[in-house]
Design a protein around this ligand. Sequence first.
Ligand code: EPU
Length: 350
Amino acid sequence: MLVEKNVPLQSCNTFGIVAKALSLVRITSEADIAAVLQDPALQALPKFILGGGSNIVLTGDVKPLVLKVEIMGKRLAGETARDWIVEAGAGESWHELVSWTLQNGFPGLENLALIPGTVGASPVQNIGAYGVELQDRFDSLDAVDLTTGQPFTLNAAQCAFGYRDSVFKHASSGAAGFGLAGKALITRVRFLLPKAWKPVLGYADIDKKMLLRKVDVPDALQIYEWICEIRRAKLPDPKVIGNAGSFFKNPTVSPEQCADIIQRDPKIVYYQLADGSVKLAAGWLIDACGWKGKSIGNAGVYDKQALVLVNRGGSANPVTGGEVMTLAKAIQTSVYERFGLRLEPEPVVV
Ligand code: EPU
């Protein structure tokens, strides 16, 4: 096991923020975790788990020991009467896994194409797009307890998935009472991909593609290609313009609150949820406050989707974590002043 010192992280976070890991160990297997936990100089250190760096804002050098997850492998791990069970290592690229499942005849993840990040990060924030959330396709995951070194497996209920949320986003003292943030390293994830596959439709952007291409019942590959086109048209490619995807969660309000906002702003975009509450489009709220295309320092609001904050300085003069957070706070203040709603950031601030 090699402990690397002062490792530049600019290429390890999709914002392209400059920061260093003071110490970093690459985790390619469970044995590497065991080696860290058995090493007297490392075992008690605070640890930070780094996947694809697509959902983090680095506000300085990372002092905890960085465990960079590079556990690879994709395979058909089994099947039930209803589903294929596909397993992938936590270090695999999420999008490459989606492509691989389709090429190998296991559709079901196509609506989640082109989401940046790794397989291991996907359950942490229960990634979701175009009507499918990770929890809809999740079987179980393997992880290692970073205090005891014990491996364990969690099913969907034990992951406590919510909207962009799971047990891995909460500290044990948090509101959920039980949390694994920073305490466990996800090594492998298994997905349930339905043998009787059906397309998940009903999103305006997909409906438009169906009309345009004159397709009534698309196959999984068509949906995959459309989703890639839709995302490329409205979301910045982190390889070209640094960003961390949606920066805020879409807030949920009561029907009464929503009715009140509609009265003042009839154009507001909202979605009715099954439990009676209403989800508001945070991108619309930010846009309505006039933020689209604006910047503070090198942190900007993307001009095609106000929910995404971007690095306007490129790799030569990159945005700092401080600039991103200053812009985020200014947006939160305007949205609060106009709508009385507190936007909650999606990425983890390190
Ligand atoms: N809108 C505006 N102005 C904007 C942005 C959005 O008016 O600048 C309005 C539009 O009317 C649009 C609506 O808001 O129809 C919703 O926008 P969009 O369809 O782009 O979806 P979203 O709610 O902004 C969510 C996810 C995305 C996911 C898309 C598609 C969150 C926080 N974000 O975005 O996830 O790709 O739906 O399902 O839930 C991510 O998490 O990083 C991410 C990109």
